[in-house]
Ligand binder design. Sequence first.
Ligand SMILES: Nc1ncnc2c1ncn2[C@@H]1O[C@H](COP(=O)(O)OP(=O)(O)OP(=O)(O)O)[C@@H](O)[C@H]1O
Ligand SMILES: Nc1ncnc2c1ncn2[C@@H]1O[C@H](COP(=O)(O)OP(=O)(O)OP(=O)(O)O)[C@@H](O)[C@H]1O
Ligand SMILES: [Mg+2]
Ligand SMILES: [Mg+2]
Lengths: 268, 268
Amino acid sequence: RAEIAAFLNQKGGVGKTTSVVNIGAGLTILGKKVLIVDLDAQGHLTTFLGIEADEYTNTVYDVLRGRVEPQDAFVKKPLGARFTINGEESQLSMTVMPSNLDLAGADMTLANGPERESLLKKAMNKIRGDFDYILIDCPPSLSLLSTNALVASKKVYIPVQTEYLALESVENLMKTIEVIMDRLNPSLQIGGLIATRFDGRKIINRHVVESMKERFGSLLLNTMIRENIVLAESPSHGQDIFTYRPRSNGTEDYMSLCLEIMGAGSSG
Amino acid sequence: RAEIAAFLNQKGGVGKTTSVVNIGAGLTILGKKVLIVDLDAQGHLTTFLGIEADEYTNTVYDVLRGRVEPQDAFVKKPLGARFTINGEESQLSMTVMPSNLDLAGADMTLANGPERESLLKKAMNKIRGDFDYILIDCPPSLSLLSTNALVASKKVYIPVQTEYLALESVENLMKTIEVIMDRLNPSLQIGGLIATRFDGRKIINRHVVESMKERFGSLLLNTMIRENIVLAESPSHGQDIFTYRPRSNGTEDYMSLCLEIMGAGSSG
Ligand SMILES: Nc1ncnc2c1ncn2[C@@H]1O[C@H](COP(=O)(O)OP(=O)(O)OP(=O)(O)O)[C@@H](O)[C@H]1O
Ligand SMILES: Nc1ncnc2c1ncn2[C@@H]1O[C@H](COP(=O)(O)OP(=O)(O)OP(=O)(O)O)[C@@H](O)[C@H]1O
Ligand SMILES: [Mg+2]
Ligand SMILES: [Mg+2]
């Protein structure tokens, strides 16, 4: 049964979408069956992978409203790179549940329904058996959609850009997560904080990492994602980092993060 | 009567808060009376300036709910730097309307009231006479709060990080703004797109600026804000860039942007 994880931080632009795409791809390369869900009405994960979610495409919004079954909103995304595993060349692909602006109305249209916080959980329960990992990309807000992600997940990972403003909002986020753990999802755990866009030459980045270690201790994952321009370039080619630039810091960092997350899974 | 401008982009982390604080400070140095409004429940603008908005502080949420008058939620923020204007040293300050997490409930609690989209406009109308500029920092979403900002404003400025994902969401934003212009605020104009975190050495930054020029023409403001680490450091000192590092690219860029915005005001 799939390990379901949400990637959430209400601070914008900290690397949530970049992390979900590249961890999804890394886990796929490591032989796992992966579904990634775009729960942001802006559809950045969908755009990142070059998927067109027009009015004929079934999206996560159609799934949440019960209009279609979850598997009817699956899009197969082949990873560009050819991988040779055990001597055999294979075409790997991950599954994407896309999103588009229709989702923008969800907070209002789904707000009055019964069990409004567990719509995503019910949908994921139908398909958990088909995957090893389900990763959910959240919008930069604490809304009904991100509550749905936290209720559906067993783990939540918090990407934190190593700059001052991004650090400040983590305490608020932790409080919100604790409320969800108490009231809606007692099995939810914090998978960890992921330091992103780290540049060791910048004093502020080093200072922020120091305060993260002091404030959050072992919740801060060992792997830090370094600032690497190819991570910002790969979306304009619709590709994950392993496909776009296999020999790069971005590839190294996201692969080591995948291994840490997988390891965390077995000891978690 | 104040020129009211909203700074909005639903894409997170593109420099909205950094721009409102530093344009506010720049206009203050140029002799204007400035109010900056924090319309983000995360309160990043409030945190940026070292303001503590606890349960005893009147915030923008109290103003929107009509619990207090707008001027009861003013916090005076002195600019650290001493400015000598016409031979006289003066202590300049700008006014801040702070925010805190109470605002997170606004989309739900204010959603059913009458004229829910013009709550901020009504409040700003009471105090417009006291300022030359009112700048509104928006959260990274298209919600009731950002609609309030667009209804209250005469201009909207769109900070766009010069990276692929940030560019993609601008088209959606323009469509939303047009809907607001048609239905709720016919006098709203697009003040311009502001290219932020630009680093001329990075190919992707140059490419994105080229496509912005092609797609949006003269809507792209001439002044680009260059990537400059001191802009990310100044919030940890509670200071605007002019106070924190008067001799820096950040100071130069934001001062030239202020002049462009002021000039745009007179010919707009
Ligand atoms: N390690 C990195 N090095 C360089 N650029 C990065 C890195 N991680 C992310 N980026 C870039 O930073 C920007 C923000 O990243 P991303 O869109 O993944 O953040 P997000 O948290 O999902 O944003 P939002 O809050 O809007 O959903 C993007 O342009 C992305 O390409
Ligand atoms: N020109 C710049 N050079 C370097 N760092 C910058 C620049 N502009 C902004 N930053 C940094 O980038 C991060 C994002 O900026 P900021 O918080 O202003 O964006 P925002 O759009 O307000 O984010 P949110 O969507 O979360 O409200 C911050 O850590 C800020 O310090
Ligand atoms: Mg995202
Ligand atoms: Mg902000």
